[in-house]
Unconditional design. Sequence first.
Length: 204
Amino acid sequence: MVASPAAAEELTIAALGDSLTQGYGLVQDEGFVPQLQAWLRDRGHEVRVINAGVSGDTTAGGLARVGWTLTPEVDAMIVALGGNDLLRGIPPEASRANLDGILSAAAEAGVEVLLVGLSAPGNYGPEFKAAFDAMYPELAEAYGVLHVDSFLGALTDAAEADPATALATYMQPDGIHPNAAGVALIVEALGPEVERLIARVPQS
């Protein structure tokens, strides 16, 4: 049986992350991965997005899982980790080493990466914040991978414009995780960056 052209050209993207990637609190088709896949397919991309998100995961957890996430079928990977490192106060140098290991594994596997960063709050002190915030763009430059500043950037922008409305419209009751509408806003912002990632994958 000969594969159809669409099947032959399908790209597989693994989304390695935490609860934001996993789709915490949402029914299956409302999470980040299915919404992103639908967004990309609506724009003509033959892609399959694999959910490699684990709620509560840290960069150390991502490093432990990256080996079996990077199966031979994976062409590209989105890495969105670090939020739980912040919640636990893990030293930035440890988080950086873990992310370095993840990017090294991807490079060895020949997999293109979109590294999604985030910004540390000020309560850990200026040195912690400077080290944490810098590790994403610096590692992205070192490995030559794509980088975006924040997974939640679109929600942050909405909250700055109208905090009360944004909270009610885009967030789950816990005030931490986006609802389906919030995920849609995130996908609209990150989608073009994922299209850039797809463009980097060599055509077979």
